[in-house]
Design a protein around this ligand. Sequence first.
Ligand code: HEM
Length: 222
Amino acid sequence: MDTPFSTLIRVASHEQHTEAETSTFMSDLLGGRLAVDAFTRYTEQLWFVYRALEDAAGTLREDPVAGPFIQPELFRTAELERDLRHLRGADWRDGVQALPATAAYAARVEECARTWPAGYVAHHYTRYLGDLSGGQIIRDKAERTWGFERKGDGVRFYVFEQIANPAAFKRGYRELLDQVNANDLEKQRIIDECKRAFDFNGAVFRELGQAYAPDSRGPLIA
Ligand code: HEM
């Protein structure tokens, strides 16, 4: 295989990436058409996903396949918790609920972490490289739409304080992908799992899109 793995996985997920970007929920969110409650509910969903990703980090650190990807400067759980405290108040944990699609997504991440570290790499890539890229567009939009302090509480999830140069970090990350400790068949399975990770994200957006419509003050369905 001559094409670098980082290129293969990017190209394979390109179409689904466009679908995610143009999903009703994301379009409405980026178009400034939703109330802050929709953004909060989305942030809550991310919390479940990142807890699954990061609860597994300790055990995967020494893993020959997933280990090199575990980099504490990427961790987002603490930032999400700070954002949620700001968005929902000190007792935010009492009301936080995973949508069915989110629960399925987090369960799959946990399953990969436990049984198939290469599959975990697919989920790691799909979330963290996306957050370092398009996440910045979402942050900018959220700050303007709902008046969060620039890079402050509410949008800290999108701010990687310990990554001074995201472009360089992404280059390094792609090198890790290119060197992943997996044969061609396993690499194909990672690509398939990446597509599944995009499907999970699409399903979460669909459920959020059903719950929140433009100009609604809150959820249309509980
Ligand atoms: C409206 C929402 C989104 C926008 C505006 C957006 C935008 C972008 C942009 C501009 C890049 C290219 C950055 C670069 O080449 O360095 C990118 C890359 C990426 N995005 Fe998104 N994105 C969005 C949603 C998502 C979602 C929902 C996911 C998956 C959960 C995702 C996953 C990724 C990944 C994995 C990459 C890295 C591709 C690679 O270079 O290998 N994005 N995104």
